[in-house]
Write a protein that binds this ligand. Structure first.
Ligand code: ATP
Ligand code: MG
Length: 335
């Protein structure tokens, strides 16, 4: 909880993810990343609990006669009490069914940005690309989040997540290629040519879909399936039990949906550039972390006829930081 934030950073990149919120700040020659789980949970009020949380600098708010705890600590409490956390965002945008969503997001922002005001620093935050026919929801989210961040004292801009992955990972190809972020709420894709986004879209199947579907299948909680997936799932073909089998089936379903969407979107694009050579594709996001994911994705991609040649499928150096890093590149580029 005692994170220190550099005072002299002039730009901030913010990955505002459904599952995790990550900030990227320049400190001398280094980029510092701070990450928190985008979730909260409620625990019973007692004065002793409140004082202990205060002393330990655990972020909390008093709500009616209960205490709300935010960020990584919410997961620890939920696990202790075998409960589920509440999530302020769903499918990449503020969750309209969670009445405390913007209060919770503000608390989580203070954990990754620090308590002090933005003092006019440039901040670029990630937004999801629209799924087909869902532009309005993303726009509403973008406007709401811009207001929250402006009120915190930042000079705010936004970037679509797939393009942020290109900015974060594809400097060596002059920001030409396909950025794919496989996250919690969505998979986001962007084709970029010399840093200019040609087109972007999202697919509403990602880590949360795998957790919720396998949980339903197995009669488990989504929190438990998520823990199994993150701690012990691999694509090596040997599944110690039926939970792993079920996770694999829904992971495959996600990959199939993602590759089919890439094929359809690229085939149907009006403004598809005539590229002289094959372009690389970079995989980022937490759902790309499962061992064997890159190989599994590439196999399905290579079996699919695409209107664009892909030279290589590469896993990002640090898939959990790519979006925040790209948002920082965008914020610095606005100098
Ligand atoms: N080691 C791992 N293996 C498999 N999945 C993982 C692993 N670590 C994290 N994940 C999954 O990655 C997802 C979160 O990824 P990420 O932090 O990139 O999402 P996000 O940016 O918050 O969401 P979105 O981009 O969809 O809004 C979760 O579903 C989480 O369970
Ligand atoms: Mg993301």
């Amino acid at each position: 909880m005692n994170q220190t934030f550099p005072e002299n950073s002039t730009a901030v990149g913010l990955d505002l993810g459904t599952s995790r919120v990550v900030s990227a700040l320049c400190h001398e020659t280094e980029v510092l990343y701070v990450s928190q789980f985008n979730a909260f949970t409620t625990i019973p009020f007692s004065k002793l609990t409140e004082n202990t949380l205060k002393k330990e600098r655990v972020p909390y708010l008093l709500q009616d006669s209960e205490i709300e705890v935010f960020g990584d600590e919410s997961e620890r409490f939920a696990n202790l009490f075998h409960g589920e956390v509440r999530r302020p965002m769903r499918h990449g945008v503020l969750n309209p069914e969670e009445r405390n969503s913007s209060i919770a997001v503000k608390q989580i922002l203070s954990l990754v940005l620090g308590e002090q005001n933005g003092r006019g620093q440039r901040l670029c935050f990630s937004v999801p690309a629209p799924a087909y026919g869902a532009t309005e929801e993303v726009n509403t989210h973008q406007v709401q989040m811009s207001k929250i961040l402006c009120d915190l004292g930042y000079e705010v801009s936004s970037i679509q997540e797939g393009l942020a992955v290109v900015y974060g990972e594809m400097e060596s190809t002059a920001y030409t290629g396909i950025g794919v972020s496989c996250g919690g709420g969505l998979c986001n894709v962007c084709l970029s040519y010399l840093s200019v986004p040609v087109f972007s879209f999202s697919v509403p199947k990602a880590g949360d879909y795998i957790d919720q579907s396998a949980a339903l299948d197995r009669g488990e909680s989504a929190t438990r399936i998520r823990a199994i997936k993150e701690e012990s799932f691999t694509f090596n073909g040997h599944f110690p039990n039926k939970n792993h089998q079920s996770i694999c089936a829904y992971y495959d379903d996600m990959i199939q949906a993602l590759v089919a969407a890439i094929r359809d979107a690229f085939s149907g694009a009006q403004s598809m550039p005539k590229l002289a050579r094959a372009v690389p594709l970079v995989l980022a996001g937490g759902s790309a972390l499962a061992p064997g994911f890159r190989d599994r994705f590439e196999k399905v991609l290579r079996e699919t006829e695409l209107p664009i040649a892909v030279s290589e499928v590469r896993l990002a150096a640090n898939p959990l930081h790519s979006t925040a890093r790209g948002a920082l590149v965008a914020a610095m580029g606005e100098a």
